[in-house]
Design a protein around this ligand. Sequence first.
Ligand code: DC
Length: 224
Amino acid sequence: MRLNIAIDGPVGAGKSSIADAVAQRLGILHLDTGAMYRALGLKALMTGTDLQDENAVTELCEKLDLDVGYGESGQRTMLDGKDVSGQIRTPEVSMAASTVSRYAEVRKMMVRRQQELAAKQDMLVDGRDICTTVLPNAPVKIYLTASSEERAKRRWKENREKGSAESYEEVLQAVIERDRQDMNRAVEPLRQAEDAILLDTTEMRFDEVVDAILRMAEEAKNGQ
Ligand code: DC
């Protein structure tokens, strides 16, 4: 069986950086599925597509020239042959990604691509529906979360280091709004899969979370 590790969780739970660290320690690739929805959100913004128009966004997704590659610093997200890994991290693209990810046909297309990638190699995959839909049979399934205040604090610090002038209050409001949209959409809303292990990291240090996941991966390997 493939050593696939599936991690779901809300915005700012630390999924990406934790997943990067765990994947690196295990010597496997990390697929950040949020980047794929972000690339679609960016394309919609660039082409002036109405984000609320489900048909138009679905059509855009059908034709999307999206590729995921791996470089020295991890995943590179390519749109129309161009590396957009940095461009997809703005607050505007975050919200656009959340909006386009509500559409059923968009989700089907993205899930199919993610399953194809994970079937080819051992992979750690993070997102919102990985344990529930993309890889329901993954040997390790985790729901990573923390309080909304703690998540906003981490995101705010991270953004500030990158030169963002957003206040903590603005970041907290954006976290709450994106949670609301991701958890309440009709199609595959974010939720903890029944058999996923809950990791609440509010009071945990980064290395403690990484170690906890590595232990789970080790147990899964030995249990095979
Ligand atoms: O993980 P992220 O913040 O980069 O994700 C951006 C948006 O994409 C998020 O608000 C919801 C959506 N998403 C999703 O619906 N399913 C996934 N597997 C990953 C992300």
